[in-house]
Design a protein around this ligand. Structure first.
Ligand code: PMP
Length: 362
């Protein structure tokens, strides 16, 4: 009898690649991008930075991405008021890659990663790809974090890695500090990864997990330039943690994983942080308006600290999703059944979305 072709690992057989549909639609509100591209001035500066490294692309890049690390550390200090040294910063091609590297280093066969659903749908894939066991606990029905349930689950599973988005994707709400601090204490032999992909959008008064770094050596805070920073196409994610954790990342990373082009683009973008992040307040305002509008119309909406909103509930969410798509508006069919997720776009995109939703659910 012949073996299956191609000779895939058994647990990968028949699986479809992960990914939101990349459809050519007038209004794309499905992957939480920042709708505002860079200005001509920033485009010119990024292009000049690439031109500068282009002449030495015959050489491998700086493996330690020294300048970029410093730029990221400076940015974090400005954004949160927390002083972070360059040795506490690590970066890779998107925070997706950062988190895969974390699981390669701290997960692996015989170890388990834990999250609490609804949670970011890529986490089980990082676990699978790094051959780490995967256990998903749950959140409360209102999507709040259930610390008692978490306490019981981690005592039972003894995870090596806990992965938690804050603000949570897909629900949108940030975690309180006491939950993060308690989890770090409950998992002294593992690492607690707080995925702050959307942190810059958090509501006023919501702290960043970075403030807890100094008091918990097993805390890792990941961030990305893909969302608020409006740089999804460049693929740059990073983390802040104890220097020993960054040293562990060095062991598992592929040689020269961050290209000279990526480093140049990200460093140039960091020099224009103020402008690239300049629309964040506007997007938060647009988000709060959207939450208010949806609630006024009788939809259920989770509180959002992010640039997306989870709303429902629909007896047949796929039909609503399809109805919106038929009207040129692409949202995301993700999260608990009955709910849909919409990214916050420009005022014109939001108007197109609300109009389409009214027609679709009439
Ligand atoms: N974490 C969360 C919670 C996300 O929603 C995303 C992107 N959808 C990522 C991480 C990964 O983003 P990137 O790889 O672009 O940094």
């Amino acid at each position: 009898m012949s073996s299956p072709w191609p000779p895939l690992r058994e647990e990968l057989r028949g699986l479809a690649p992960y990914g939101a549909p990349q459809l050519d639609v007038p209004v794309a509100l499905n992957v939480n991008e920042n709708p505002y591209g860079p200005s001509p001035r920033v485009v010119a500066d990024i292009a000049a930075a690439v031109a500068e490294v282009a002449g030495s692309l015959n050489r491998y890049p700086d493996r330690e991405f020294t300048e970029l690390r410093k730029g990221l550390a400076d940015y974090l200090a400005r954004e949160t008021g927390v002083v972070v040294a360059p040795e506490q910063v690590w970066a890779a091609n998107g925070s997706n890659e950062v988190m895969l590297q974390l699981l390669q280093a701290f997960g692996g066969p015989g170890r388990t990663a834990v999250s609490f659903a609804p949670t970011y749908s890529m986490y089980p894939e990082y676990a699978r790809d790094s051959m780490t066991g995967w256990v998903a606990g749950r959140r409360r029905d209102d999507f709040g974090f259930d610390l008692e349930h978490a306490r019981e689950l981690v005592a039972e599973v003894r995870p090596s890695v806990v992965l938690l988005p804050s603000p949570n994707n897909p629900t949108g709400t940030a975690l309180p500090h006491d939950v993060i601090g308690t989890l770090c204490e409950l998992v002294p032999d593992g690492v607690v990864v707080i995925d702050e992909a959307y942190a810059e959008f958090r509501r006023a008064g919501t702290p960043s997990a970075l403030e807890l770094l100094a008091s918990h050596r097993n805390l890792v805070v990941t961030r990305t330039m893909s969302k608020a920073f409006a740089l999804a196409g460049a693929r740059l994610g990073y983390l802040a943690a104890a220097p020993e954790i960054c040293d562990a990342m060095r062991v598992v990373r592929l040689p020269y994983h961050l290209s000279a082009v990526t480093q140049a683009v990200a460093s140039a973008a960091l020099r224009h942080a103020e402008e690239l992040l300049g629309r964040v307040d506007e997007l938060r305002h647009e988000r709060d308006r959207l939450v208010g509008w949806l609630r006024e119309r009788g939809f259920e909406v989770a509180d959002s600290d992010a640039n997306f909103v989870l709303f429902g509930r629909f007896a047949d969410r796929h039909a609503v999703w399809q109805g919106l798509l038929d009207r040129g508006v692409l949202v995301r069919e993700t999260g608990p059944d009955g709910w849909l997720r919409v990214s916050v776009g420009t005022p014109a995109e939001m108007a197109a979305f609300t109009e389409a939703l009214v027609e679709d659910t009439r």
